[in-house]
Design a protein around this ligand. Structure first.
Ligand code: AMP
Length: 627
């Protein structure tokens, strides 16, 4: 079937199309309806069907292929490497599920997972799915304030953690940040289950903290029955940044997610059971959820969890793993490739890459030089794909499992099955023709696997995503784009105040709120500016309350962000200024700040209250570059 016919059918006959895809997973009880869209924009997929993500990812493969490798946990930080077969994975997941049960975790309870890239994090996620508990993985790079706001929103009964991660040869303590977060949060979890890796000292809270090794020992031979849940039962909450300071909990279902991931493994990633997939992301991000944990395991593939940098012990490490574990499908981000690009390409080619079929890259725009460099170095197809935390799987890609269409540099490709894409004028909502710039939107229902709602806040789901395009109930991606005459989309950046640093999404509001908490800050504006390595970098402009005490303000602001949000959100520069460019109604003109910081012409500034402000800021930036 051609791509076009396949896509058209997915839109015109969703029941037929997704009903067929649903056969790719096990249903304990068949669903009553494929799609219930009686209450738009809330789509209910496979209602009435009983299934389980853990059963589909682990149990059925443990029965069919018990001795095949399911998970390889590699740490080039601790120099440990351990492979688990599907049978061993099954046993480990049951042990931790038994620990959950023994501590009163029930179907629908939340478990927050704040962990480095270790095998236990994978067990902890799958064990939640096994018992119908809802996991919320928080990226290990986030600090106490970020963690506290997620604890207060998700209200987890238990938090699973490790005392430390490791990066670049140094232990990165997690436990003190978690303790501080629990102190800051109004909601207090009952238990903390801690994997002690022996990397750093920590203190335990009696009655609350449990040692994973000791608990595991108590449940070594336990088997916990699978909790069959309705397809619409939430499997997880994953927080992502938006335009407000409060992160949004993206809530995902169970059945639709499993079906969509399996369909994506077949049609987009083209992995096969028995092969190995290596996704270099982190479990704290959506790519980690979908393509480190659930996608490959659902598909009966081995997955590699990697703790470390792409450069240690040398820049060939990822490719050494590709050769060693015969990786057929690899998934990474443009930033990682830009890091490798600074190294000798011989590091890549000295390993046997014959098993590798395709390299997928996503999370941020893929620039032509980066795409060409990696393609020439590994001589394999490089497939850009565009999606969001909200959608859970690619919106745009070349779907090689359906038809190998030509790639166009700068474009992540064409709409995936199930996505009814529109390119709209942001003011008039009129659908645009070829090569016109507009907002990329998706006509409901969103396909299976996409977010069900914002956790605990249906109204926010509707008002944030579905009511921004005037006069239409349509999902906005908040990305600008154009579509060419052949239907290929090109992404032109966000329409909101969200920035993308090294493929990680950050809200400038969150960073502004953190900097504002510094006692000497009167006003702050954060913008994202172009960065050669990371795609974008955050830059802050601050007005001090007392300029005589502003000598170390840049460092102090950075420290504040580090300790509250985590180093990942730290602005690259903090400029101390005496005024910010504002409109007459008092709105900060971030667009103009961004232009000046990037050395561009700010364009029309006639609406600004004081037109000299930008010139002053430009001088400050130039002087600081010289200093
Ligand atoms: P996240 O939810 O963190 O995955 O971030 C999603 C956002 O990252 C999208 O809305 C885009 O702005 C950007 N993005 C993701 N993938 C791509 C891609 N392949 N090309 C361009 N931008 C992308």
């Amino acid at each position: 079937m051609s791509y076009k016919a396949h896509h058209e059918r997915s839109i015109s006959d969703p029941d037929g199309f997704w009903g067929e895809q649903a056969k790719l997973i096990h249903w304990e009880k068949p669903f009553d309806t494929v799609l219930n869209y009686d209450n738009p924009p809330f789509a209910k997929w496979f209602e009435g069907g009983l299934t389980n993500l853990c059963y589909n990812s682990v149990d059925r493969h443990a029965k069919e292929r018990p001795n095949q490798i399911a998970l390889v946990a590699v740490s080039t930080e601790t120099n440990k490497e351990k492979a688990y077969t599907f049978q061993e994975l099954y046993e480990e997941v049951n042990r931790i599920a038994a620990i959950y049960k023994a501590n009163g975790i029930q179907k629908g309870d939340r478990v927050l997972i704040y962990m480095p890239m270790i095998a236990e994090a994978c067990f902890a996620m799958l064990a939640c799915a096994r018992i119908g508990a809802i996991h919320s993985v928080v990226f290990g790079g986030f600090a106490s304030h970020s963690l506290a706001s997620r604890i207060d929103d998700a209200k987890p009964k238990m938090i699973v953690t490790a005392e430390a991660g490791m990066r670049g040869g140094k232990a990165v303590p997690y436990k003190p940040l978690l303790d501080e977060a629990i102190t800051l949060a109004s909601y207090k979890p009952e238990k903390v289950l801690l994997v002690n890796r022996g990397l750093s000292e920590f203190t335990s809270v009696a009655g609350r903290d449990l040692d994973y090794a000791a608990e595991r020992q108590k449940h070594l031979n336990d088997i916990v029955p699978v909790e069959w849940v309705d397809a619409t039962h939430p499997s997880y909450i994953l927080y992502t940044s938006g335009t407000t300071g409060k992160p949004k909990g993206v809530q995902r279902d169970t059945g639709g997610y499993a079906v969509a991931l399996m369909a994506s493994m077949n049609h987009i990633f083209c992995g096969k059971a028995g092969e190995t997939m290596f996704t270099t992301s982190d479990i704290g991000w959506v790519v980690g959820h979908s393509y480190i944990i659930y996608g490959p395991l659902l598909n009966g593939m081995a997955t590699i969890m990697y703790e470390g940098t792409p450069l240690r012990p040398d820049a060939g490490i990822w490719w050494e793993l590709v050769a060693k574990y015969k990786v057929s499908v690899m998934f990474s981000a443009p930033t990682a490739v830009r890091v490798l690009k600074k190294q000798d390409p011989a590091f890549l080619t000295k390993h046997d890459l014959s098993s590798l079929r395709t390299l997928f890259l996503a999370g941020e725009p893929l620039d032509e030089p980066t795409a060409s460099w990696i393609h020439d170095a590994i001589k394999k197809p490089v497939v850009d794909n565009y999606w969001q935390t909200e959608t859970g799987w690619p919106i745009l890609a070349i779907q090689r499992g359906i038809e190998v269409m030509p790639h166009k540099f700068g474009s992540p490709g064409v709409p995936s099955f199930g996505y009814n894409m529109k390119l709209l004028d942001d003011a008039t909502s009129v659908e645009l023709g070829p090569d016109q710039k507009g907002v990329i939107a998706i006509e409901g229902p969103l396909p299976p696997g996409c977010m069900q709602t914002v956790w605990g806040d249906d109204k926010r789901f509707v008002s944030t995503y579905w009511e921004t395009i005037p006069g239409k109930l349509i999902y906005s991606t908040f990305d600008w784009g154009i579509k060419d005459k052949d239907g290929y989309f090109f992404i032109l950046g966000r329409t909101d105040d969200v920035i993308n640093v090294a493929g990680h999404r950050l809200g400038t509001r969150e960073i502004e709120e953190s900097i504002s908490s510094h006692p000497n800050i009167s006003e702050v504006a954060v913008v994202g500016i172009e960065d050669k390595l990371k795609g974008q970098a955050a830059i802050a402009f601050v007005i001090p309350k007392d300029s005589s005490k502003a000598e170390n303000l840049e460092k102090e602001c950075m420290k504040t962000v580090d300790s509250q949000l985590g180093a990942i959100a730290r602005p690259g520069r903090v400029y101390v200024v005496s005024a910010l460019p504002k409109t007459r109604s008092g709105k900060i003109v971030r667009r103009a700040l961004q232009a000046v910081a990037e050395g561009r012409d700010p364009g029309d500034i006639s609406t600004m209250e004081d037109q000299t402000v930008l010139a002053q800021i430009k001088t400050i930036i130039e002087q600081s570059a010289k200093a």
